[in-house]
Write a protein that binds this ligand. Structure first.
Ligand code: GLC
Ligand code: CA
Length: 249
């Protein structure tokens, strides 16, 4: 027997005794024949650095990560106008009845106006055959009879006209034609009954056109009315003198 054997036996016995007392008693799986038991010891000092490892090949290419979206750019210039769109839907029908009624009224009025114009044309022709004179919008007509100024004034008014009031040379010439035809003096509407020397029309307005005979008006024996002489010139005369009555309409 070796000298150490008793010592080993002693260690073994001691270990067994300690193992029976310790709470931590482990053994690696089937690797130990003798179970090591006892309190863990303190950590040992760090070991020396290992040898350098083998150099690796280049790594895989990195993955590119998309950046964040930038701010919107400035608005571009206006584009050219687009193509005209298709026509819209047809609108609702208007008030046909009212429109038709108005159209019928207008048509009827137009027929009436045409009929009146035709009537007027016929009456003008008749007047012309009776010796009337048409000057512009004015018609001079005479019965061929002589009367005083007051009677002549009433006669024309009753006929819807007035005693002749020549306002220009054309109208005066037309009256001269009528007077010459009858070889008479013809009363005009002009008078100075209201104010001596101030000759006015029937409505009181002062005369705007005159064709006095030289030396007239002379107010001989208080003459306040006016006659157109055969040659177209004027003379003041008595309103009670009987002269040709010519009306204008
Ligand atoms: C003469 C006068 C005229 C007058 C008339 C009266 O013709 O010249 O002024 O009015 O007589 O009848
Ligand atoms: Ca006179």
């Amino acid at each position: 027997m070796h000298l150490l054997q008793p010592f080993n036996v002693l260690l073994l016995g001691t270990s067994l005794a300690l193992a029976s007392l310790s709470e931590t008693c482990r053994c690696a799986e089937n690797t130990c024949t003798v179970m090591a038991c006892g309190n863990p010891g303190l950590n040992g000092l760090p070991g020396r650095d290992g040898k350098d490892g083998t150099k690796e090949e280049n790594g895989d290419q990195g993955v590119q990560v998309r950046g964040q979206q930038g701010f919107p750019g400035k608005a571009g210039p206006s584009g050219s106008p687009g193509i005209q769109g298709p026509p819209g839907q047809k609108g609702q029908k208007g008030d046909i009845t009212a429109l038709d009624a108005l159209q019928r009224q207008v048509t009827a009025l137009e027929r009436n106006v045409q009929a009146l114009q035709a009537d007027l044309s016929r009456h003008k022709k008749i007047l012309l055959t009776q010796g009337a004179m048409i000057v512009g919008e004015k018609i001079f007509v005479s019965t061929g009879q002589q009367d005083t100024f007051p009677n002549g004034k009433a006669l024309c008014a009753n006929a819807g006209g007035a005693l002749a009031s020549p306002k220009n040379v054309n109208e005066n010439t037309a009256l001269k034609t009528i007077a010459n035809r009858n070889s008479m003096y013809a009363f005009l509407s002009i008078n100075d009954i209201q104010t001596e020397g101030r000759f006015v029309y029937l409505n009181g307005a002062p005369v705007s056109y005159t064709n006095w005979k030289p030396g007239e008006p002379n107010d001989m024996n208080n003459e306040d009315c006016v006659v157109l002489l055969v040659d177209g010139i004027w003379n003041d005369i008595s309103c009670e003198h009987k002269s040709l009555i010519i009306c204008e309409v």
